[in-house]
Ligand binder design. Structure first.
Ligand code: ADP
Length: 285
């Protein structure tokens, strides 16, 4: 039901009291390997909430790539046939041929999610393929590019960015729901149908062509431990609720997604902090 075309990254993380200076070696007091990459994170969150998910991505033919595929399997995500190459920047090798091979799944999805951690032209191609087949398109312009192809705006049913991405795209610094509303209006003028600007602890602001008045949807107050990957948890949750509960209003979808993402900030790590359906209040579903 949810198809993600995007990136996988293996995070090698060391905790230190400060950054080393050029040429210096320092001791870290912790080291761990984490699964990351925006596309994969979003897919994992949607899967843990109970969506049927398919990840279209490229990984290297090495132990990191193999471990990543195992990570997807553990989370119940189909990966289809793997097309494997031997370079670190495998994400950038996802190409039109790969999309053609996955066209059937893309065109039959309920929701597709795309970001910019793969070649932008491929992300756009996937978005357009889905859009022209009536699949709901959810675009997350991350990491942000100032010169975004305008077709990303016109082919996104939902355009979801955070404060810094909003500023890079529009030049409007975002520090409040009011600023986010201004960004939303600019992005509607560029052809978006519905814009969501996430605001960390403040939740987010939504605005749509049907209701071009910015609406602030606050997040609950929680004790945040680690906000890394909160945006991806939010986007994954959006896709899950849109795909599995098509009758919910967008405001309700956003309210629930705020809740899921606010759970993710209360544990450390990225994917390791994403909640499973069984651990959440059942009235969310
Ligand atoms: P990103 O991770 O892309 O910077 P944000 O920081 O805007 O994204 O966070 C995305 C979403 O995660 C927010 O819209 C909100 O729902 C939730 N969130 C993030 N930080 C907090 C927090 N401190 N308290 C509650 N919810 C949070």
């Amino acid at each position: 039901e949810v198809v993600v075309v995007g990136s996988c990254m293996t995070d090698l993380v060391s905790l230190t009291t400060r950054l080393p200076k050029a040429g210096e070696t320092i001791h870290g007091h912790k080291f761990f390997i984490g699964f990351g990459g925006k596309g994969a994170n979003q897919c994992i969150q949607a899967a843990r909430l109970g969506a049927k998910t398919l990840m279209i991505c490229k990984v290297g033919k090495d132990s990191f790539g193999n471990d990543y595929i195992e990570n997807f399997k553990r989370n119940g995500i189909s990966t289809g046939q793997n097309v494997i190459v031997i370079v670190a920047g495998a994400n950038l090798l996802l190409d039109s041929e790969d999309l053609k091979r996955a066209a059937n799944a893309i065109c039959k999805a309920k929701v597709i999610i795309c970001q910019l951690e793969i070649t932008p032209a491929i992300s756009l191609e996937a978005l357009k393929m889905a859009y022209s087949n009536g699949v709901k398109t959810l675009f997350n312009p991350a990491p942000a590019h100032a010169e975004l192809d305008p077709q990303f705006y016109t082919h996104s049913d939902i355009f979801c960015c955070n404060e810094s991405e909003a500023e890079i795209l529009t030049g409007i610094p975002v520090g409040s729901p009011e600023d986010a509303g201004k960004v939303g209006l600019v992005l509607l003028e560029r052809g978006c149908k519905l814009v969501i600007v996430t605001l960390g602890a403040e939740g987010c602001v939504m605005i749509s062509v049907d209701e071009p008045i910015p609406k602030h949807v606050p997040a609950g107050k929680v004790r945040a431990v680690d906000t890394t990957g909160a945006g991806d948890s939010f986007v994954g949750a959006l896709a899950f609720f849109m795909a599995c509960y098509p009758n919910l209003s967008m405001e309700e979808v956003i309210r629930k997604s705020n809740f899921i993402a606010s759970v993710s900030v209360q544990a450390s790590g990225t994917q390791s902090s994403y909640p499973y359906r069984k651990d959440l209040p059942q009235d969310l579903f």
